[in-house]
Design a protein around this ligand. Sequence first.
Ligand code: DNO
Length: 351
Amino acid sequence: MKLAFRWYGEEDSITLEYIRQIPGMKGIVSAIYDIPVGEVWPKEKIVDLKNVIEKKGLSLAVIESVPVHEDIKLGLPSRDKYISNYKETLRNLASAGVEVVCYNFMPVFDWTRSDLYHLLEDGSTTLIYEEDTIEKMNPSSGGLALPGWDASYKDGELKGLLESYQAVTEERLWENLAHFLNEIIPVAEEVSIKMAIHPDDPPWSIFGLPRIITDAESLQRLIDIQQSPFNGITFCTGSFGARADNDLPAMIRTFGSRIHFAHCRNVKRTKLKSFEETSHLSSDGSVDMVEVLKAYQDIGFTGPLRPDHGRMIWGETGRPGYGLYDRALGAVYLNGIWEALNKVKGVEQST
Ligand code: DNO
């Protein structure tokens, strides 16, 4: 595996210099953030991003994400234009040397939590998801601000968008995803970009919206849509791990070479549909990181792997889930497990 870290560009208060000081850190996961969803990413901007990263002794390992326009997820006639733009963006990314692109197919909301500043016993804060609280929220009423929500929606627009989804069942969303993949994957294959879908987070329907990338069965269905190895997965232990019936190591072994990008995060399941994000340490949460990394070792994983959300510790403030300290601890912990597993197995360390 190649250890990587998410960086939100020049606006990020965590600098590339800091990231580089994390032992073993090699790759950067980033994106271009100032282009409206659906528009083509110009090649110059991609090259600039790559150069800024390389100047600091790191490499651009993954684009997370090239967002998919809602019209594509809704299957509207206007999707053709957005799909064609997406293809052009992929070509531009490939010509700048990008090899992995992460995306998701979650209607309207990306990752969603009920509280971003939940206080833990040790004084740190973390992100939590409590079903009871979420059930009481009404996104159409406006005024809610949660991570993953596109703040650019005006209240009325969001309401209209949510209404458009009333006609979109899970099956319809699958059809729209299949249409997207049937268009995109041949281009991805032609330009050698590995597409890596991120699972739905949490992996169940929220606010009555369909969510379809939730478990092993859905991953199988996804890869069956396009047999190409370029139709792959971002395997996120935090997202899949919120469901007790997801056997993470088994899923990693099953989907093996289709996993192009690994997100390692720990969650503690508190109820059937509720969880708290924890430190990466296995004993703090419900995910056994050693078993997860063992599975990666067994499939001979050489792709990028990043620590995912961290708590806020040592008084740090900033973007929820994306502070420096706890993610850096997570990176070192994951790398430590990896080194130990490789030593035990007599495999040469690849980071
Ligand atoms: C959360 C992230 C997600 C992810 C997107 C990928 O922290 O894992 O926001 O970037 O879902 O498209």
